[in-house]
Ligand binder design. Structure first.
Ligand SMILES: *Cc1c(COP(=O)(O)O)cnc(C)c1O
Length: 407
């Protein structure tokens, strides 16, 4: 009996979602097929594999059993027919877009997306004659208004980094279907445990598997989920020929990480909710951005579009850019690092880090204030995280009370 069954709950699929078995020894863990190539019994078999007349592996850029196990598992979680593993999250974004766009096509993207996705669309794709419009998708009519006869693809993510703005997947999915556009969602922040865009008619669901899917901060990886037809097209074009294929070793680590995805996400969400409530009540804070808070405009999507609010929180300190940097420097438990979705809590200050190349005006337009801080809430005991933040606030308050040093 195959354990790959539709009726299983997501917790079971995270553990049993793939069909690759070790027939020879009965290994419980999926074997790591750390090989570049696969041998053929004879020339005829090689010819049949290349012609697609016989199932089987050829070369690891085209497919590998360990990677297949991961692809089947994530496809089962997202509720899609198939998936294609990629070397990084950006490998997934670029492979999905390049497979579906040609010179002369038009792409509509949410104006706020992951920085490198924005760079890919605004700098690289335009070099190859693809037109791009960036629109504010919080008003779905803006998408309808931006549609042209040559519009082919729409691209978005939700919640949007760093202010956790939530977009309406049902409304946007409907527009994409009405206009027969290929719709792509980056689901990195919530994972299929909390949000399944395929239910809203989205064609391709992308992840940076670097983040929650792997969950342990030890790989960079990506994955694209969708119909058998679309995934085969991506594998046979942009993945095969551009080559951002996932290493089998990374696939093996992510298979292990995925087994605990549901329980990790539950704890990330619980911790984040408590910390967001603590932050919201703190006098040193101007604003907290977390869809789990009633004060957040995205709160209305919880319980329908998204099961819970995820593990990323952003907040604005009452102070200056320098205060933002001072605050994160006081952390003893939280690590100062970009990325998210790891067991360790990570904290970063976009104005002095990820978004430091922006001018203050550009940052303001992107909704990134000088004192915005982002936390990827980890799996430590919530009281230890709160205590670390608390001691940093106390030092900040003292620091703000002191006369400014003259440089
Ligand atoms: C990190 C991230 C990416 C890029 O993924 P990499 O694995 O770093 O290439 C894309 N989208 C979102 C939302 C991300 O957080």
């Amino acid at each position: 009996m195959s354990k790959h069954q539709e009726h299983f709950q997501i917790e079971t699929k995270a553990i049993h979602g793939g069909s690759i078995k070790d027939e020879q020894f009965g290994s419980l863990a999926t074997p790591l097929y750390q090989t570049s190539t696969f041998t053929f019994e004879n020339a005829q078999q090689g010819a049949k594999r290349f012609a697609g007349e016989e199932q089987g592996y050829i070369y690891s850029r085209l497919g590998n059993p360990t990677t297949t196990q991961l692809e089947q598992t994530v496809a089962a979680l997202e509720g899609t027919e198939s998936a294609a593993a990629t070397a990084t999250g950006m490998g997934a974004v670029s492979a999905a877009l390049l497979a579906n766009l040609s010179a002369g096509d038009h792409l509509i993207s949410s104006k706020a997306v992951y920085g490198c996705s924005f760079a890919l669309m605004s700098h690289m794709l335009t070099k190859f004659g693809i037109e791009v419009s960036f629109v504010d998708m919080t008003e779905p009519e803006n998408i309808t208004r931006a549609i042209q006869p040559n519009t082919k693809v729409i691209f978005l993510e939700t919640p949007i980094n760093p202010n956790l703005v939530v977009l309406d997947l049902a409304a946007i999915g409907k527009i994409a279907n009405q206009h027969q556009l290929i719709s792509i969602v980056d689901n990195t922040f919530l994972t299929p445990y909390l949000q399944k865009p395929a239910q809203f008619g989205f064609d391709l669901i992308i992840h940076s598997a670097t983040k929650y899917l792997n969950g342990h901060g030890d790989v960079v990886a990506g994955i694209i989920c969708g119909s058998e037809e679309m995934i085969t097209e991506i594998k046979m074009t942009s993945l095969k020929d551009i080559g951002a294929t996932m290493s089998p070793h990374d696939a093996w680590l992510i298979i292990r990480g995925l087994k605990t995805l549901p329980i990790r996400m539950d704890r990330h969400c619980q911790n984040a909710q408590q910390i967001a409530e603590y932050l919201e009540s703190h006098p040193s804070i101007k604003q907290v951005y977390y869809p789990g808070l009633k004060s957040h405009p995205g709160h209305k999507f919880i319980g329908n579009q998204m099961k819970a609010a995820g593990g990323v929180i952003a907040f604005e300190l009452d102070g200056s850019l320098e205060d933002g940097a001072f605050f994160i420097d006081q952390m003893a438990l939280l690590s100062i690092a970009v990325s998210l979705g790891d067991a360790e809590s990570l904290i970063q200050h976009p104005a002095s880090m990820t978004h430091s190349p922006y001018t203050p005006e550009e940052r303001e337009a992107a909704g990134i204030s000088d004192t915005l801080i982002r936390i990827s809430v980890g799996l430590e005991h919530v009281n230890d995280i709160t205590a670390d933040l608390n001691q940093a606030f106390e030092k900040l308050i003292k620091h703000q009370g002191m006369p400014k040093q003259v440089a």
